[in-house]
Design a protein around this ligand. Structure first.
Ligand SMILES: [Zn+2]
Length: 134
């Protein structure tokens, strides 16, 4: 799993295996990352409208197709694991009929929590838009 921080901030090494600057990813460009991140931000807006913490996520397949998208719903689902990343990864796993997602990219608007980092371990890459406050 490779993590990409789209804003090139500090502190990523605490939770990630590898830091890869945007534009250095094979078959992915910064413009593509931005396009996907805008879609993830639209999901975050849905979360905000529902009174949830505004986080959105999506999963892009190796083909480039978006195969899953979700927003934070722990309050609405009464589910402490109802984070956007978890919900998107569950959808993606169902779509490909596999719990592993090699070559897929998880886009999330906010640096994933520890639970979501673990859940994304079998994803090819995770790109996130903002840093979690420490
Ligand atoms: Zn999480």
């Amino acid at each position: 799993m490779r993590f990409l921080a789209t804003d090139h901030g500090q502190g990523l090494s605490k939770i990630t295996r590898e830091i890869v600057p945007a534009g250095m990813i094979s078959n992915t460009t910064m413009n593509e990352d931005e396009t996907y991140m805008r879609e993830a931000l639209a999901e975050a807006e849905r979360a905000a409208r529902q009174g949830e913490v505004p986080v959105g996520a999506l999963v892009a397949a190796p083909s480039g197709d978006i195969i899953a998208r979700a927003h934070n719903q722990p309050i609405g689902l009464n589910d402490p694991t109802g984070h956007a990343e978890i919900l998107a990864l569950r959808q993606a796993g169902a779509v490909v009929a596999n719990y592993r997602l090699p070559g897929h990219v998880l886009y999330v608007t906010l640096e994933p929590c520890v639970m979501c980092v673990g859940a994304a371990a079998d994803c090819g890459r995770c790109a996130y838009g903002g840093w979690r406050r420490r």
